[in-house]
Design a protein around this ligand. Structure first.
Ligand SMILES: [Zn+2]
Length: 510
């Protein structure tokens, strides 16, 4: 071929075809839970987005080998209370590329986003507007500061859990929440179970506000009890009623820990509401123990019977069970301390495993971790320290939720296949949020044009390691984790300086 012809051909070829991709993930088993793609592919990333998915090799400035590994959309956690660097890095080893604080939320919203942006985050982050923070602020004259320690501090006060709000107070509480929505919050966090005495009309006003802004509420329901009245079932009925009356999207936080052994009836209730077109969505985490403050309302009064015969020893602090005496002492002296609470015992009771499975595998549901902040010597680890100190403590779900689901539910017990498993970890949360949060429509999918939040993992070895006694153990099997086109884990090692996480935020109203 004469030389000039070749030059002309090159000149008319699109520039993009000649330019190497920023990043290429080579020859992995690419799985997209939405289209059903499951094949050997090369992934080309440019400007933080997936630019090519090819059966033939692609050329990249940077290349990550994925042979023998699964390449999938990064996992999206709708329920992440740990919003510090330490928590984000532990979750990255679990395959999480987006971690949102939606159930509790925070206030003020702008402050929380500014802090995260200033510090930088390895994974994407975002917040809902915290109704409870607004309530505590009005009832206790305590101004929230955008941190979760505000909630821990509030446990020392008693004026906000069981008191009704006046019409004027409700107006001011709604005003605080609405301000959060105007500052770009992703919906309304409703920790109803921590203030079970709030008025029905107050919750109704929240649902109306959510409908007005077309954002979800994320509810930890009002009651935790297998005994009526004031049962879990009743609390879910209340949520169903609000979805029906207002048309609001009511998202249920941790279906597993609020339904416990009453899940058959509660699952029926929710399925019935969904089948009649109500906008109700769910999430669950694959553990039969929760984590909360020791002073929480669910551990007051006749809580042992209400939780189906619970004992003080079902609560643990730092892996050590309480006695009646140490529990009473902790509730009086350190009510804001994080503890682990076993609400069922699947290790010794097969029926409990079945109850847990019904919640975790609820049709259409997402997996979400309820990940907690990491603490050391009684305080939250907020600084840039890696690895975490040996005594770092949190519920193991903070490190292992997503890989535990892949190990236990997909690989070992084969409750769902890999594609359905990945759907629950990535596409399902993206779809739940997508209607009200435009950014989420580009997540949870391995398709050209989508955000390059990607995980590359070994399906044979991927596993959680964290236990209740020793939670500070990173999950294994994530070979590479990419956020907005930037590797934050490469060849199984944290890229410590990489902070490509972006804010997930609705438009700010000025
Ligand atoms: Zn909760």
């Amino acid at each position: 071929m004469p030389r000039f012809v070749l030059l002309c051909a090159l000149a008319v070829a699109p520039l993009a075809a000649q330019r190497p991709y920023d990043l290429v993930i080579a020859n992995g088993r690419a799985i997209d839970p939405e289209t059903g793609l499951d094949a050997a592919r090369w992934i080309g990333v440019r400007d933080g987005r997936i630019a090519a998915i090819s059966a033939l090799p692609l050329r990249g400035t940077q290349q990550l080998d994925a042979k023998g590994h699964v390449v999938a959309p990064g996992f999206i956690d709708m329920h992440a209370h740990g919003q510090q660097l330490a928590a984000a890095r532990m979750q990255a080893f679990d395959g999480v590329t987006t971690a949102l604080e939606l159930e509790a939320g925070t206030l003020p919203i702008a402050t929380a986003y500014d802090l995260a942006a200033r510090e930088g985050r390895p994974i994407n982050y975002g917040f809902s507007a915290a109704w409870l923070f607004g309530r505590i602020a009005e009832k206790e004259q305590m101004e929230p500061d955008g941190s979760i320690t505000y909630f821990q501090e509030a446990q020392k006060k008693t004026g906000w859990q069981h008191t009704l709000a006046t019409d004027a107070e409700i107006g001011r509480i709604m005003g605080r929440v609405e301000q959060g929505l105007k500052e770009g919050a992703l919906g309304i966090g409703v920790l109803a179970g921590y203030a079970p005495g709030h008025g029905r009309k107050e919750y109704y006003a929240l649902a109306q506000l959510a409908r007005k802004y077309n954002v979800p509420t994320y509810t930890h329901v009002r009651y935790l009890s297998v005994i009526e009245p004031s049962s879990s079932f009743e609390a879910f009925e209340e949520l169903v009623a609000l979805a029906a009356a207002t048309g609001a999207h009511m998202h249920i936080a941790h279906l597993n820990s609020n339904s416990t052994r009453d899940i058959p009836a509660i699952a029926d209730l929710i399925r019935g509401a969904q089948s009649r077109g109500l906008r109700i969505t769910t999430e669950a985490y694959p553990y039969a123990a929760g984590s909360t403050v020791v002073g929480a309302e669910i551990f007051r009064g006749n809580w042992r019977e209400r939780m189906g015969g619970a004992k003080a020893s079902d609560l643990e602090l730092g892996g050590k069970p309480f006695t009646d005496a140490t529990l009473a002492e902790a509730q009086a002296k350190t009510p804001g301390e994080w503890v682990v609470v076993h609400f069922m015992r699947p290790e010794s009771n097969p029926a409990d495993q079945d109850f847990l499975d019904q919640a975790v595998l609820f049709p259409g549901g997402a997996i979400a971790s309820d990940a907690m902040p990491w603490t050391s010597k009684g305080r939250t680890i907020t600084e840039d320290v890696w690895p975490l100190p040996d005594d770092a403590f949190a519920h193991p779900r903070s490190a292992g939720t997503f890989t535990r689901f892949l190990r236990d539910y997909v690989r070992e017990r084969r409750k769902v296949d890999l594609r359905e498993g990945l759907r629950r970890l990535s596409l399902a949360p993206a779809q739940i949020l997508g209607e009200s949060v435009p950014q989420m429509r580009r997540k949870g999918r391995l398709q050209v044009g989508m955000d390059a939040d990607l995980v590359v993992f070994d399906p044979v070895t991927v596993s959680d390691k964290a236990t209740y006694a020793q939670p500070n153990q990173r999950s294994v099997g994530m070979r590479h984790v990419v956020v907005n086109g930037v590797p934050i884990i490469r060849e199984g090692e944290l890229v410590r300086e990489a902070l490509p996480g972006k804010a997930i935020r609705r438009a700010v109203v000025r």
